[in-house]
Write a protein that binds this ligand. Sequence first.
Ligand SMILES: Cc1cc2nc3c(=O)[nH]c(=O)nc-3n(C[C@H](O)[C@H](O)[C@H](O)COP(=O)(O)OP(=O)(O)OC[C@H]3O[C@@H](n4cnc5c(N)ncnc54)[C@H](O)[C@@H]3O)c2cc1C
Length: 719
Amino acid sequence: MKNTPRLLLLLAIIAFMGAWLAFDLGSYFNLDFIKTQQAALEAWRTAKPLSAVVIYAGVYIAVTALSLPGAVIMTLAGGALFGLLWGTIIISFASSIGAMLAFLIARVLLHDWVQRRFGDKLGAINQGVEKDGAFYLFTLRLVPIFPFFIINLVMALTPMRAVTFYWVSQLGMLAGTIVYVNAGTQLARIDALEGILSPGLLASFALLGLFPLIARKAVEYIKRRKVYARWTRPQRFDRNLVAIGAGSAGLVTAYIAAAVKARVTLVEKHRMGGDCLNTGCVPSKALIRSAKFVSQARRADEFGMRHAHAEFDFAAVMERVQRVVQAVEPHDSVERYTRLGVEVIEGEAIITSPWTVQIRSGGKLQTLSTRNIVIATGARPFVPPIPGLEDVGYLTSDNVWDLRECPKRLIVLGGGPIGCELAQSFSRLGALVTQVEMLPRIMIREDPEVSQMVADRFVAEGVDLRTGHKAKRFLIENGEKLLICENLNRDNAEVRIPFDQVLVAVGRAANTSGLGLEELGIPLTRTRTVETNEYLQTLYPNIYACGDVAGPYQFTHTAAHQAWYATVNALFGCFKRFRADYSVIPWATFCEPEVARVGLNETEAGEKSIPYEVTTYGIDDLDRAIADSEAHGLVKVLTVPGKDKILGVTIVGEHAGDLIAEFVLAMRHGLGLNKILGTIHIYPTMAEANKYAAGNWKRAHAPQRLLRWVERYHAWVRG
Ligand SMILES: Cc1cc2nc3c(=O)[nH]c(=O)nc-3n(C[C@H](O)[C@H](O)[C@H](O)COP(=O)(O)OP(=O)(O)OC[C@H]3O[C@@H](n4cnc5c(N)ncnc54)[C@H](O)[C@@H]3O)c2cc1C
């Protein structure tokens, strides 16, 4: 809402309250006055019943809407005037409508400001209200010791829907209304308001109010019991925890469990280390490094070299990738984890009951009983059902590492992080790469200018970038493989792209089948990941899921982060449970220019209507970047308007993934840009870019008026 209507509303309220005070209207809303006027009021009601109802209800609504004192007296008067039945009906609606108006006024005036100012701290409350708000409101309404006007105001600041607020309020206030209206029918006998509600009656209301909450908890408990009802719980357990999958999530789960002396078994059906070590982060970064070397050799003249020619053998590059994987392998090996106290079983695990895991290794089957299970089975490349794809054959991030000959013409399907990293690497290593992306730009999660910076570089290096191109079908024509696309930028015109190999990198699908989840009835989300609650528990509270199989992020560091929560909640949840915290999640895409992000970017802030200020610093101006001939990129910081509080940062440029760490720390621990500016950064380093971004913010917020006085002061001391 714009500020003018808000201001008018505020002025109207102030004017009304001013009149209330100036004319001492409050004096008409006390017990003695009403009692003295009872006969006159009854006569008026008898003479003009309809007007009496309308005027009475109108005043009642105004008093409650403006949160003025007097609702109790009005209720008693209503009882005296209209009797128990009609009084209850009229007041029930008038009080609910008034409460609703008070709620809407507070929402219009304060909601946005409160959510903006305290939104980050209100996260848990907001979630609680979205989930259980109606129950809480009902309880508060039923117990008349909570002042109603405060309830109206407080609820308005939460995300509760106005309709929910109305009907729960009307229902919740009904019992209290009946009591007061009934008392009003005996108005002459009432000496003080305090007497109306006896402690016994209050206690009954409180119990009645708590009932829905208690009932809800009981239902949850029964539901939980019901989930387990068809299974026989073992008398005792062989293990405290079984982790299925030895990728980043499973390894960290097992590590933590062993560190706190739990008896833990880690089951892996394929290769220790999972995707990250074998087919993901490690090989891709090794390939990127070799490709970067080739690219730098091509830029030799920029560095003052007359001749530098990187003659390379693609197979040797791929062998190096494997050597890197082998060098990292011991970190995730069976031997290391066994030494750490983890029992490692190489085999395929199936969950056969909430407490049993069956493992098939070789021809042998064994069943382990365990108190807790952590599903950490990861994800695999998603292969879209594009006609002809199976016939032409395709590469994915699973098997691309087996290549020993560089494809001459390579299509990379997908413009996400994996597609970008591999497209650039293969292009640098000599493939003619066509990168096909259906969306209007690559790296769609990043801001448009960030995507553009990467796209510009790709095009400059010779990648044939086809954004807005939808792959329709693959075919082989006269022995040549062809991809038929629709060009969404040109009225879906057909585009034919010949190629030798296609690499599919259009997303990753969680590994959820063959695990026994269907038999246990463990539900999946819309995106086909295992559904968990905020504690990472599945439908069965002792079965957890973390990493790629649970989502929502698909990174090694988020898998490890979630693994901590899953393990600690599984082993110590009976004492204290921790909600997985996703408030500060960083990531990077390791193409050139490297792109790293933490928190919000402009696109997301806009989508979520979160107000922000942007400060940028161009890395082309940074001494170290200039010295390294890497003078490109930016640091882009989003802050709360007028404050140095960081909402999010995007960095594009050399070592962006390392540079962002300072902002991740700052956001995690609530440090603002002033603190970054006040920190010494070594000269000349790329990290200085962070400080200069903070400096740009500071300059934009310099107190101009004060500086003009300081200028005068300096002039004065000069004499
Ligand atoms: C090319 C590529 C590059 C990437 N680069 C990065 C990067 O730079 N940074 C980053 O953070 N992330 C990166 N990722 C993502 C990262 O690899 C994943 O997020 C991470 O591996 C997820 O770990 P996880 O433990 O959830 O799953 P995984 O690593 O997939 O591990 C799951 C394991 O479970 C095993 N398993 C499955 N079912 C069973 C079963 N029934 N019984 C026993 N074992 C089973 C599997 O064999 C597998 O080993 C990249 C991914 C790819 C593909």
